[in-house]
Design a protein around this ligand. Structure first.
Ligand SMILES: C[S@@+](CC[C@H](N)C(=O)[O-])C[C@H]1O[C@@H](n2cnc3c(N)ncnc32)[C@H](O)[C@@H]1O
Length: 304
């Protein structure tokens, strides 16, 4: 009997998230997690504004393709977390809120039966990869990809997510555990700014999500990897010149006391700064430069 590496409350939480077979589920909404000054009108709410494509069941009656030899059970042990599938409604909502598109490379960490990468390819046109430790689940996911007609766009790697490079992903999805999310957080923060991350059920600690996704039976969270904007910057606003020190915690920025910048926020490389006198600067961060209409800044010293 393999040693189970989960506690009972966590098992209960994961099992509670499993949708009963055949249940009809409906996306309710996605809401900004907190007042977000970067949620400008030109950033549509993807859940409300995009009619999501339908996701069909992966199992085709009468077609086994080898399934007769292996039937996974909800709650079966995994290396670091048991297998519980994400409900189809939340799969759709997670990929929709991340605005997955054909140019994306989606990676699901702990991909189970492959439903998230398969939906990303089939319903959103993306390339997708699943990383899964259980070899039988990998084989099942590959069969599911063939059945869904997306074997050319989807791959499954039989590997440990903590030993595997996924830095090529533009969208990362996961349904793990709070402790595993925290273990991944530094790796996720080192990904390219703008990389989108969606988690079923569990947060990333004090890294505040951009959005909370709610379906009839599940909750997910959405983040965007922020650019690095910490350090001392020399600003030019027309003829005006000043220097300001920016502190950064995840996507939140704080101007040092007594300097011209009061606070700010990043959404990937997009930046919005509020000055001490109330003026707002919006623009983009590119390495050691940032700029927007009528202003620019150079980083003169990185964060200590
Ligand atoms: C809760 S299930 C989620 C499955 C799928 N992502 C979904 O949302 O339907 C977690 C999956 O992670 C796998 N897993 C656990 N530890 C892992 C590890 N260290 N590396 C890769 N996969 C792992 C389990 O076998 C299981 O299939």
């Amino acid at each position: 009997m393999p040693k189970r590496s989960f506690c009972l409350p966590m098992l209960a939480a994961l099992l509670a998230a499993a949708v009963p077979a055949g249940a009809q589920v409906r996306v309710i909404t996605s809401t900004p997690h907190a007042a977000n000054p970067l949620d400008a009108p030109d950033i549509p709410d993807p859940i409300l504004d995009v009619a999501p494509p339908s996701i069909t069941l992966l199992q085709v009656p009468g077609v086994s393709h080898g399934d007769e030899g292996y039937r996974p059970e909800v709650g079966q042990p995994g290396k670091d977390v048991i297998w519980v599938p994400t409900p189809d409604s939340l799969v759709k909502a997670m990929l929709t809120v991340a605005q997955v598109k054909p140019t994306d490379q989606v990676v699901d960490l702990g991909s189970g039966d492959g439903r998230i990468p398969i939906a990303a390819a089939r319903d959103f046109g993306a390339r997708a990869r699943g990383i899964e430790y259980n070899a039988e689940m990998v084989a099942l996911a590959r069969r599911n990809a063939i059945r869904a007609g997306v074997a050319d766009k989807v791959s499954f790697l039989n590997a440990d997510i903590f030993q595997t490079d996924f830095s090529d992903a533009t969208v990362v999805t996961m349904y793990l555990l709070p402790s595993l999310n925290l273990k991944l957080r530094e790796t996720l923060l080192r990904m390219r700014p703008g990389t989108r991350i969606v988690s079923n059920a569990f947060s990333l600690g004090e890294w505040e999500p951009e959005r909370t996704i709610t379906t009839d039976d599940a909750t997910g969270y959405f983040w965007i990897v922020p650019a690095n904007a910490a350090g001392r910057w020399a600003f030019e606003l027309g003829a005006e010149r000043f220097a300001a020190e920016l502190g950064q915690q995840y996507q939140m920025l704080t101007g040092a006391r007594g300097t011209m910048v009061r606070e700010g926020r990043l959404r990937g490389t997009a930046i919005r700064l509020t000055l001490a006198d109330g003026r707002v600067l919006e623009g983009q961060v590119r390495g050691d430069e940032m700029s927007g209409p009528g202003w620019e800044a150079q980083r003169i010293r990185p964060a200590g």
